[in-house]
Design a protein around this ligand. Structure first.
Ligand code: NAD
Ligand code: TYD
Length: 356
């Protein structure tokens, strides 16, 4: 059966990388990208593939039940890869409502539509798949030791992670109760091209390039487990094609770093690649310790043993390779970064499709 894939949130960071990689490696797929184009959605992320005949962009909200149902019917959707979300912890602290709406209600609308269209209206669904893309943050915070495994109890601690945990539970319930063919992935922190410069790595890149202070929360010793986005996307492809229905897979890169290590590394890489900043001083001088994030999780680290044992997936890129490619990408795509920073990226829609 030809895969007719509804990708949600395909204009965001991971979604755009996924759409590009999927169209390259699975040219027979048809992809429908449903994206609301919030501040995090950027049509320019997929500029190079927007005219492909097997790619369709739909501007809309995953909470819009009528629209979602129409897309399932018009495109005979048999696969869902669900990325759309409000994704930034800091924003969830200052404004949690959109997180509850999109991450919980939006996921519910997608699941309910899949249930009705696939289980009630279709005869054979053996190859249908609903993959929900989630985060390791649902597991809470680790101490100095230990790893998140698939059987680690959920203990979300920010409005963002609580909304993702909630949607994960609803996904599982739809498998258990209705037999919906679901798959769930919980991934660690991603980095790479097209990441919105509110997240640590692109924010530091942007500030370090423009000579602004580099804000490090608290003591800078919080640990994240970094994975190059291409590796995440390839893991998702494996799970869609070979994952066991109803199960979840942790995805991670075995790349634990303290935030301060990342910030210092980026400073040194930029000094080396483009010379010191306008003051003539090393970029490390821009590092500024600021008030800690409320409820800041101390450490995340993934045990990715299950996906390796069952599906043979391991990351292709070491952290050194991934971060080098990422820094080069931001240096070669200054226009993209500037367009996001000055807000002009939001006009791209009008240029392409007229007034909203
Ligand atoms: P992002 O914020 O860069 O992109 C989110 C995309 O979703 C945007 O294009 C936005 O316009 C779209 N969107 C938001 N609300 C929508 C709605 N109501 N209807 C339709 N589209 C909507 O996010 P990202 O970093 O690419 O993350 C994608 C997914 O992966 C999220 O579900 C996130 O929880 C998960 N995840 C992210 C990371 C990470 O490190 N970034 C790690 C693990 C899991
Ligand atoms: P972030 O990229 O927001 O991802 P998450 O909170 O989902 O892990 O932040 C990564 C880490 O970097 C986190 O511990 C918070 C920290 N951080 C800073 O120290 N300064 C910053 O300006 C940002 C955005 C994050």
């Amino acid at each position: 059966m030809r895969k007719k894939v509804l990708v949600t949130g395909g204009c965001g960071f991971i979604g755009a990388n996924f759409v590009r990689i999927a169209l390259q490696s699975r040219p027979e797929w048809e992809i429908v990208n449903l994206d609301k184009l919030t501040y995090a959605g950027n049509l320019a992320n997929l500029k190079d593939i927007q005219d492909k005949p097997n790619y369709h962009f739909i501007h809309g909200d995953i909470c819009d039940q009528e629209l979602v149902q129409k897309l399932f019917r018009d495109h005979a959707i048999n696969t869902v890869v669900h990325f759309a979300a409000e994704s930034h912890v800091d924003r969830s602290i200052t404004g949690p409502e959109a997180f509850i709406q999109t991450n919980i209600q939006g996921t519910f609308v997608l699941l309910e539509t899949a249930r009705k269209e696939w289980l009630e209206n279709t005869n054979g669904i053996s190859e249908h798949r609903f993959l929900h893309v989630s985060t390791d943050e649902v597991y809470g915070s680790l101490g100095e030791t230990g790893y998140f495994r698939e059987d680690t109890c959920y203990d979300p601690r920010s409005p963002y992670s609580a909304s993702k945990a909630s949607s994960d539970h609803i996904v599982r319930a739809y498998h258990h109760t209705y037999g919906l063919p679901t798959l769930l992935t919980n991934c660690s922190n991603n980095y790479g091209p097209y990441q919105f410069p509110e997240k640590l790595i692109p924010l530091i890149m942007n500030n370090a390039l423009t000579g602004k202070p580099l804000p490090v929360y608290g003591d800078g010793k919080n640990v994240r487990d970094w994975l190059y986005v291409q590796d995440h996307c390839e893991a998702i492809l494996e799970v869609i094609e070979r994952g066991t229905l109803g199960e979840s897979y942790n995805i991670g890169g075995h790349n634990e770093k303290q935030n301060i290590e990342i910030v210092r590394l980026l400073c040194d890489m930029l000094d080396e690649k483009v010379g010191p900043c306008h003051t003539g001083k090393p970029r490390r001088d821009l590092i500024t310790f600021v008030t800690d994030r409320k409820g800041h999780d101390r450490r995340y680290a993934i045990d990715a043993g299950k996906i390796e044992a069952q599906l043979g997936w391991t990351p292709k890129f070491t952290f050194e390779q991934g971060i080098d490619k990422t820094v080069d990408w931001y240096l070669e795509n200054r226009e993209w970064l500037e367009g996001v920073m000055d807000g002009s990226y939001q006009q791209y829609y009008q240029t392409m499709y007229g007034n909203r």
